[in-house]
Write a protein that binds this ligand. Structure first.
Ligand code: SF4
Length: 586
């Protein structure tokens, strides 16, 4: 395997062998290690010294189920800390099949020109582009598929990335030519700052991924696929209702943040639920279940049509539906679907824009519940980069400051996702301490707090939640490094055979004899690397805190506040000074 180093200052590409210090890693472990070693932690995220690192996971490009996730890493313009943003789509598998361990995009063009990068079995080239400038992501996907063929993988940015907004994401083409996103942390702005509008990946005649022990690999893949198919969450809940299965569950638990985190219950939750969404999708001849990449056996994605049966959006996630639904009090799924499409097209993170929209509603820019007005603002202000659009497009913290709003649910500058931390305390600890800013996926304690997967820890008390968040953050950092979708965690937390199968897959591919302890060591190493970068960037324990209104305001219906002491929160990262060693797979 090798690395392409793409220098946007002198417009050159270098093919490098993988240095020993990067060899053990893939996915998030690799992007975070490269960022920590090569990016000055105090640099301006939009300046020439930041780098954008794109890496498939350790198992990507193989037949391991649900293993096509992509990691994109950088210093985040939103948080000012390290960022790994994880996406589906076809890019990860194509990069891995080409033998590419990582693309490292560095420098910045001296002239104000836009470029595309094309990667195939012959190498990587940078070409000046004028045709795509200003286009939205849907148009870009269509245009590049027409010019280069449907089989080509694409990463692109929309107008928000070009305008270097801190909510800008990177779009990744899915198997149908639609869009998945490396959503969080503003990495689209980093790509925009390097004047890269799109990256094409053509894996025609690619050598593919070498497997040291094919028979053992096949058997482990079979066991993991069986476990995923048989588990009630990954085999039934997610394929049937998508991630939006959670609206009714989290609402029932009293933890669905509503009206900018004023309550844990939304009285119109039924109207935007996974159950309501599935009925509409079936009525309108959409696709109720769909994979964001080939080889996903969970297939939590879907295609959502409008009332005339025409495509409206896809990959319509719980976080998006919660954010514009309960949190902005919009009760029409069609309005939220239009907003989802617009966010994908403009290239902005739906979670950050949803949290930001509720702040704008607090400020009186528009009324809570006014879906039509929000569609207009996103399309005509953020999409057309007006001064209001620039404020909103820079995220919740920026918008709060611009309008003098103090109830801003962010940690380290990143908007809080769809679980009230007062009512799901394990997630609250993850929001507070994650290296990524408020991020549910960094340690998804909803598993044991609400879903009773991998045991049960009360969501409202303190007991067991520090350990829960810590263990899940470690496990997640490891899973994010494999290229496996994080949703496999629902199954492997309950099913020992499926858990062992993940380790067996790594061992069979790389000819290793890793144990569960090695996987834990990998997760800890990733987190320590990320913490080290953040420390250099100026973060201390004092940044591992929730906004003060969570300590003071009770969240109905449980009427709970955030009650962890600073010392208790700091216990999450109690392993920071441990010595851990990671085995090298290649
Ligand atoms: S489970 Fe969903 S998010 Fe995960 S890989 Fe499959 S379709 Fe993508």
């Amino acid at each position: 395997m090798f690395i392409f180093r793409i220098n946007m200052t002198d417009l050159t590409v270098t093919k490098e062998s993988v240095p020993q210090e990067y060899a053990a890693f893939g996915g998030r472990a690799l992007t975070s290690t490269i960022v920590e070693k090569e990016v000055p932690a105090t640099c301006n995220p939009l300046g020439p010294n930041n780098k954008l690192v794109i890496a498939p996971g350790l198992l990507s490009g193989t037949s391991a189920p649900s293993s096509g996730r992509l990691s994109v890493g950088s210093k985040s313009p939103l948080t000012g800390g390290i960022k790994e943003s994880n996406a589906g789509g076809t890019a990860s598998q194509k990069l891995a099949k080409l033998g590419i361990k990582a693309l490292i995009i560095e420098g910045q063009p001296l002239e104000d020109k836009s470029y595309i990068i094309k990667v195939d079995k012959e190498g990587a080239i940078i070409t000046e582009d004028t045709a795509l400038v200003g286009l939205g992501n849907y148009e870009i996907m269509k245009s590049l598929s027409k010019d280069f063929g449907n089989h080509v993988g694409v990463l692109s940015i929309g107008p928000a990335g070009e305008a270097k907004m801190a909510t800008a994401n990177i779009s990744v083409k899915d198997p149908d030519g639609n869009i998945r996103s490396a959503g969080r942390g503003g990495l689209g702005a980093v790509m925009g700052s390097k004047k890269v509008k799109a990256i094409l990946i053509d894996d025609t005649d690619a050598p593919g991924v070498a497997i040291a022990n094919p028979e053992a690999f096949k058997e482990a893949a079979r066991i993991l696929a069986k476990g995923l198919t048989e588990h009630p969450v990954t085999g039934q809940g997610l394929p049937t209702y998508g991630t939006n299965v959670l609206v009714n569950i989290i609402n029932e638990a009293g933890a669905l943040p509503t009206r900018n985190f004023r309550s844990g219950r939304f009285n119109k939750a039924n109207q935007i639920s996974g159950e309501a969404m599935r009925d509409l999708i079936i009525d309108r001849k959409g696709k109720p279940t769909h994979g964001c990449h080939n080889g996903c056996v969970i297939r939590c994605s879907q295609v959502y049509n409008d009332r005339d049966g025409n495509y409206l959006t896809s990959g319509f996630e719980y976080e998006t539906i919660w954010g514009f639904g309960a949190n902005c009090c919009i009760d029409k799924l069609d309005d939220i679907a239009k907003i989802d499409w617009l966010c994908d097209d403009i290239g902005i993170d739906t979670i950050e824009i949803a949290v930001t929209s509720a702040i704008a509603m607090e400020a009186g820019v528009l009324e809570f519940g006014d879906g039509e007005k929000l569609i207009e603002i996103i399309r005509d202000d953020i999409g057309k980069v007006t001064p209001l659009g620039r404020i909103l497009g820079n995220g919740a913290d920026f918008t709060g400051k611009a309008f003098g709003i103090t109830r801003v649910p962010t940690v380290k500058g990143q908007g809080m996702p769809a679980y009230d931390p007062r009512a799901v305390k394990g997630v609250g600890l993850t929001y507070a301490t994650s290296t990524q800013g408020a991020d549910h996926t960094a340690g998804y304690s909803v598993t044991a707090n609400i879903l009773k997967v991998g045991g049960y820890v009360s969501p409202l008390g303190k007991e067991g939640n520090v350990e829960l968040s810590r263990n899940l953050q470690i496990a997640t950092a490891a899973v994010d490094s494999t290229g496996l979708c994080l949703f496999i965690a629902f199954c492997i937390l309950d099913n020992q055979d499926a858990f062992q199968a993940v380790i067996d897959l790594l061992n069979a591919q790389y000819g290793l004899s890793l144990t569960a302890d090695d996987v834990t060591a990998l997760g800890k190493t990733v987190l320590k690397t990320e913490r080290a970068f953040n420390k250099e960037a100026g973060f201390t324990n004092k940044h591992d805190r929730l906004p003060e209104f969570f300590l003071e305001e009770e969240c109905p219906p449980h009427n709970v506040t955030w009650d962890f002491t600073d010392e208790e929160v700091d216990e999450v990262f109690n392993f920071e000074n441990e010595d851990v060693k990671v085995e090298t797979p290649c």
